[in-house]
Design a protein around this ligand. Structure first.
Ligand code: C5P
Length: 220
């Protein structure tokens, strides 16, 4: 199953919950782009040519660890779950995700992780590029003000000092960049169910998704 859409649409919350209810593995592909962005920033190797950079990205051992619903992301054994969530890393990830080297290496890893089935992948291109043949696809959207409000609340709860207007600007800027890049831009797969989460609770959205999954199952 794949769930794509812009930032703050509620993808992570519903993807985690659906994975839990279905007993599936949850794969947060955005976290993988964030890890690459953070590691590259620390290493200072962003200027390397595409082939060298791809070899480096491919050499990273990115793993997810599910500790009873608390999903951690590790890179070469080091827990990066907290460090990748800053607004700075959000923008760096959006920039680095435009690179061919990064997309090719990460898509390969994601396909390996999901090849056994029983997975919920969440991101921007999981239904269009990573698994175009996925059984059920969703495209989750919401109005940008609401998405920025959710992102803002999340950051405040984590203790970050942020400003709502700035968060809104960042959300709009990142969507723009994700939707207009030349490689795997964010778009709805033709066979993805479109769900708008504006003004709706998590339970309502998950309820609709489960009904659609069941309906799809009956049709097959
Ligand atoms: O979902 P999240 O906000 O963590 O993703 C961070 C960034 O990684 C996105 O803004 C996007 O540029 C990139 N990304 C991507 N393809 C994916 C998932 C994320 O390009 N499948």
């Amino acid at each position: 199953m794949t769930i794509d859409g812009p930032s703050g649409a509620g993808k992570s919350t519903v993807a985690k919950e659906l994975a839990k209810r279905l007993g599936y593995l949850y794969i947060d592909t955005g976290a993988m782009y964030r890890v690459v962005a953070l590691e590259a920033r620390e290493k200072g190797n962003e200027a390397e040519n595409e082939d060298t950079f791809e070899r480096w990205v491919s050499s990273l051992r990115i793993t997810f660890l599910d500790r009873g619903g608390d999903v951690r992301i590790l890179c070469n054994g080091r827990d990066r779950t907290q460090a990748i969530r800053s607004p700075e890393v959000s923008l760096l990830a959006s920039e680095i995700s435009k690179r061919r080297a990064v997309r090719e290496a990460l898509v390969r890893m994601q396909r390996e992780m999901g090849e056994g089935g029983a997975v919920v992948l969440e991101g921007r291109d999981t239904g269009t590029v990573v698994f175009p043949g996925a059984e059920v696809k969703f495209y989750l959207d919401a109005r940008s003000e609401e998405r920025a409000r959710r992102r803002f609340k999340e950051l405040v709860e984590k203790g970050a000092r942020v400003d709502y207007e700035e968060t809104l600007r960042e959300v709009v800027q990142r969507d723009q960049s994700d939707m207009t890049r030349s490689l795997s831009p964010l778009r709805r797969a033709e066979d993805a169910f479109l769900i708008d989460s504006t003004g709706r609770s998590v339970e309502e959205v998950i309820g609709e998704m489960i009904r659609l999954i069941e309906k799809k199952g009956e049709e097959q």
